[in-house]
Ligand binder design. Structure first.
Ligand code: F3S
Length: 106
């Protein structure tokens, strides 16, 4: 599967959802996740993300491994999103900031 990681938090650009052929993105208040049961590992979303937040599971940076579980756990709680929408208002300010996991709204 592919995994949405920490740098999506408080950015949520949503460019990723437009290219997903299986509509596997799920939206929360300030973060998206990928449904690990729906993702077909096509990888087309990776270069679309302005925050470089999406990785194949096997390519995850070691400090982002917790996001495998986070994507799986939040998938049933979040709602399907299939069309791009406006990013969060301060997305460009938060892009690249470390330590955003504390800000994740579930
Ligand atoms: Fe998040 Fe990047 Fe998609 S910031 S909403 S994973 S385009």
């Amino acid at each position: 599967t592919h995994v949405v990681t920490e740098n999506c938090i408080k950015c949520k650009y949503t460019d990723c959802v437009d290219v997903c052929p299986v509509d596997c993105f799920r939206e929360g208040p300030n973060f998206l996740v990928i449904d690990p049961d729906e993702c077909i590992d096509c990888a087309v979303c990776i270069p679309e993300c302005p925050a470089n937040a999406i990785f194949a599971e096997e390519d995850l940076p070691s400090d982002q491994l917790a996001f495998i579980k986070i994507n799986a756990e939040l998938t049933p709680k979040f709602k399907s999103i299939t069309k791009r929408k406006a990013a969060l208002p301060d997305a460009d300010d938060w892009n690249g900031k470390p330590g955003k996991l504390d800000q994740l709204e579930r």
